[in-house]
Design a protein around this ligand. Structure first.
Ligand code: ATP
Ligand code: MG
Length: 393
């Protein structure tokens, strides 16, 4: 059988969470591979096996697996049947010999994991026996330290799986095991990275974007749609709420001193996002704030903004600087989209000297002049929902 063997970090598995973790990972793998002719995905002895047909392209499978959170490493493997009643390594030797003979290498090692301890040979016995066979067959030397080729063998109850190349996975936890979070996404560099980091810790991201139409063009919205599409490759399905915010901003501009606009915008955004989050059963809001980056992200202003809502506001980038965030954005593939020019609603009516140390008392006094409930209602009523799937349906 041709298959992918997938390993997850044992450390991620705390006791009784294991079946939950495995089932979620299996489900996520089925979803992301559904259009590639994948036949079966099963949890077996602490690994996951994805059965492939002979013509499933490995490059396509590998590209997808590399983006699924919860995978430590994976490899393309083949299997030979094993029988506990008549244990023998002969068929395995022949199969590995055929696979390894055409490869170019000088040194190698065999590394066996025996998942079913009932087999009469230990993993070291298998390493030695297969290793000796490969030495005779190829004339190459064993190197335990830095081999050019490592033959991995996994001895499971009904079959032994062998592979010659191991690929690194993304790590993290399978999307869905840490619940849902509502990610406030602008078209910028930071917020897609913030969403990615939460997805990597097992959260399903629901996205919320505030746009400035009709006062600005659609550009930021188009960018956000593209960013959500890119991020959906990690969670198979995403919901994006697009909330018109230009008119709400205009009302804030008319009714509040200029220096406090940005904090007032942020508090309104979070209030609307919180309502959407509750509707979607999210347990937290997420932003791409990084301490001290701009006026809205000073310690005082972050606290005043958080105070507008009850759900926790998570800021996974809070301790990162722009260079670190940019490197991550490049690595996860969102950077190019994020830097396309646009006009974000936050650039609308921004005062030249925003307050960097806003007091809660001041903000509360100003907000008394607004019908906050009506403004939130306006945002919610006008919100549009867009849905994304990967692979596309
Ligand atoms: P980013 O790359 O995320 O835009 P930034 O440096 O531009 O970062 P700000 O504009 O101050 O930061 O925004 C801080 C955070 O507020 C963003 O990371 C995002 O979570 C949220 N935010 C800002 N603008 C919007 C918007 N138009 N829609 C939704 N969320 C937004
Ligand atoms: Mg921004």
């Amino acid at each position: 059988m041709r298959c992918a063997i997938i390993h997850y970090h044992e450390l991620a598995l705390k006791g009784r969470n294991r079946p939950f973790f495995e089932q979620r990972l299996v489900k996520n793998l089925r979803l992301v591979l559904r259009d590639l002719g994948v036949r079966q995905v099963d949890a077996l002895h602490g690994r996951i096996r994805v059965a492939l047909t002979d013509d499933t392209p490995w490059e396509a499978v590998s590209e997808r697996l590399g983006r699924v959170f919860g995978i430590a490493h994976y490899s393309l493997a083949h299997s030979v049947p094993m029988d506990l009643a008549h244990p023998s390594l002969e068929a395995l030797k022949l199969a590995i010999g055929r696979e390894v003979a055409p490869l170019t290498f000088d040194t190698f090692r065999v590394s066996t994991k025996r998942a079913d301890k009932r087999f009469p040979f230990t993993s070291v016995d298998v390493d030695r026996e297969i290793g000796a066979h490969l030495c005779r067959l190829t004339g190459k030397k064993v190197s335990l330290g830095r081999p050019e080729l490592t033959v991995q063998i996994e001895l499971l109850t009904k079959a032994a799986y062998y592979s010659t190349k191991k690929e690194a996975g993304s790590g993290g936890l399978p999307v869905g095991i840490s619940g849902k979070v509502a990610c406030c996404i602008s078209g910028g560099i930071d917020s897609p990275v913030a969403a990615y980091r939460m997805m990597k810790r097992g959260c399903r991201a629901v996205f919320v974007h505030f746009h400035g139409r009709p006062y600005v063009s659609r550009a930021s919205e188009e960018k956000v749609r593209e960013l959500v599409q890119l991020l959906t490759r990690h969670q198979s399905y995403s919901r994006l709420y697009l909330v018109p915010f230009g008119d709400i901003q205009r009302q804030i501009v008319l009714g509040a001193p200029a220096a406090f606009r940005v904090v007032l915008y942020r508090r309104m955004m979070l209030r609307i996002a919180e309502e959407l989050a509750r509707k979607e059963r999210c347990w937290a809001l997420v932003t791409g704030d990084s301490l001290g980056q701009v006026a809205s992200q000073t310690p005082e202003n972050l606290s005043v903004v958080q105070e507008a809502v009850q759900l926790p506001v998570l800021r996974p980038l809070i301790g990162m600087d722009k260079i670190e965030i940019t490197e991550q954005a490049e690595r996860i593939g969102t950077f190019e989209t994020s830097i396309e020019p646009d006009q974000d609603c936050c650039t609308l009516f921004v005062p030249p000297h925003p307050s960097t140390k806003t007091s809660l008392d001041t903000i509360r006094k100003i907000e008394r002049g607004f019908d906050l409930v009506a403004l939130v209602k306006q945002g919610l009523e006008q919100a549009e929902l867009a849905e994304y799937s990967f692979p596309a349906r």
